[in-house]
Unconditional design. Sequence first.
Length: 128
Amino acid sequence: MNIDSNTSHAANPLLSLADMSTKMNSTNSTIPRVSWVSQPSRRGTSQLVGSCVITLALCVWTALHLNVPAKEKSVIRRTLHKAKWALFGILAPELVVYTAFVQLISAANLRRWLIEVSKRRVRMHTHD
């Protein structure tokens, strides 16, 4: 099935999707399914999958906010560290979310402890 041969479909891709859905649901017609499209004549499956993977990787890379690295870490080591977490974000995003949640809880506990310590210090200094 060549969608480009019909000008109304080429002008309105949503209409063509609706038409295809209607034709697929009708009992009188069968539409052949295409599983893999080669690259040269039109946008192929490998190009679509490749662009999706690249987009996903860039989104995960941008969304990562890692801890501030030590000064002695080289740029290469920092990049490899972030690449490792980006791979985790693609393959196991729940691991990244869990790690962020644990760090949030840890930061909240540290904040509470610091507030308590500062209150004790203020009390100690006012009683002197």
